[in-house]
Design a protein around this ligand. Structure first.
Ligand SMILES: *Cc1c(COP(=O)(O)O)cnc(C)c1O
Length: 402
């Protein structure tokens, strides 16, 4: 094909590939989900009820982790994980800039300094060698993000963390459903956090969790989730005054999740295999469609990760195109394919600039940011949706190809 045989892009006055707009992510809620929520609404406990433990047990079964602490959202999960890791004033926490801001903000919440390590140029995950190079006397933890749902290189990261006495926190907001070397992510790092925001693979409206195999970390996570308050007499400093007695033994937060949300997440988890299978099918179709085009680069997969993709990243090859990412993005929007960009490097934000961070820190991350677009990827996409996205991308890539 060449430019003459391709239809004109809608942005130049041609007919759009789709008549209806499609967006990059969307939840899938069925009757079972609705029923599960209604049952809680008709029950006694809207919060602190039986659904909390039920969800925690289910997350442990699915991931193989020993302990799970569910909480109000993925950001709260990162905050209590950082606190449980002992992150505090003067410490440094190493993370990637290609993530949602919460991965670094959790260090700031604790009075610590985020340190950004660059990504690998083809998998887009944090580069273990860059992590090791960034370690100082003050480093306390590493927050490694399974970007797009592909597992980070957990074995090398675990080794580095063990060698330097650091806690490995896996920000697994994208990773539910993925396995690393045959084991579900969630049972491998010191702590793994999940998010149940509606764009993620499994949703509760809002919701989060921290998974761990370590009982000491587990006890701390429970305290930080709920004000630092305990009813466990073995943790108390004073004799109980009576049956009502509890103690605040540390400074925690109200990061609890409701039973209403927990019930929805439990019901959604019943569909995880189905969600995962469909996401894998769509990714395979996209890879097949885009792999043929020299104007596009397909994200590299590491063999250790059996990936349930949360995001599909379309990456343009600027040398092969007459348009840049922004023009490609706008051309897709004109075809009614409404995409997004995940993510703006965290240290580009004004808040981080005011803290003294400057552009140029992580060249691979900055280059990826210039070249990427998140395409629609969610369970409820039809085959026609998938094909129309491929058609729109192909049309634009070929029309504007060099
Ligand atoms: C969504 C997300 C979070 C935050 O989760 P919330 O539940 O929205 O608080 C953190 N890290 C990453 C990588 C995310 O994608």
């Amino acid at each position: 094909m060449n430019q003459r045989t391709v239809n004109k892009p809608a942005i130049e006055g041609g007919t759009p590939v789709r008549t209806e707009k499609i967006y990059y992510g969307h939840q899938y809620i069925d009757d079972a989900d609705i029923q599960a929520v209604v049952e809680v609404l008709k029950s006694e406990a809207l919060t602190c009820g039986p659904k909390i433990k039920e969800l925690e047990d289910k997350l442990c079964r699915i991931t193989g982790a020993k302990y799970a602490v569910v909480c109000s959202n993925g950001t709260a999960a990162l905050h209590i994980a950082a606190l449980a890791a002992g992150v505090g004033e003067g410490d440094e926490v190493i993370t990637t800039p290609i993530t949602f801001a919460a991965s670094a903000n959790c260090a700031l919440y604790c009075g610590a300094t985020p340190v950004f390590a660059d990504i690998e140029p083809e998998t887009y995950n944090i580069d273990p060698e860059k992590v090791e190079a960034a370690i100082t006397q003050r480093t306390r933890a590493v927050v490694a993000v399974d970007y797009t749902g592909q597992s980070v290189a957990l074995n090398p990261l675990k080794q580095i963390c063990r060698k330097h006495g650091l806690t490995l926190i896996e920000d697994g907001a994208h990773v539910i459903g993925t396995k690393y070397e045959g084991k579900a992510n969630g049972s491998i790092a010191d702590m793994t956090t999940f998010s149940f925001h509606p764009v993620k693979t499994v949703t509760g409206g809002e919701g989060g969790a921290v998974l761990t195999n370590d009982e000491v970390l587990y006890r701390k996570l429970l305290l930080y989730r709920s004000h630092g308050i305990t009813r466990d007499t073995s943790l108390m400093e004073h004799e109980p005054d009576g049956a009502w007695y509890y103690e605040q033994v540390d400074l925690g937060y109200n990061y609890r999740i409701t039973d209403i949300q927990a019930a929805l997440i439990i019901s959604q988890l019943d569909k995880l295999d189905m969600f995962s299978k469909r996401r894998k099918e769509i990714v395979a179709r996209y890879n097949e469609g885009f792999g043929k085009l020299e104007m596009l680069f397909v994200q590299k997969e590491i063999p250790e990760s059996d990936t349930t993709r949360h995001l599909y990243i379309l990456r343009i090859v600027p040398e092969k195109l007459r348009i840049d990412r922004r023009q490609f993005f706008d051309a897709l929007a004109a075809e009614n394919v409404c995409c997004n960009v995940h993510y703006i490097p965290t240290y580009y934000f004004p808040y981080y600039e005011k803290l003294g961070y400057r552009r140029g820190l992580c060249p691979n991350a900055e280059k990826l940011y210039e070249e990427m677009i998140s395409l629609p990827l969610y369970y409820a996409m039809t085959d026609e949706d998938v094909e129309s996205v491929i058609e729109a991308v192909t049309k634009i890539a070929i029309y504007y190809g060099k």
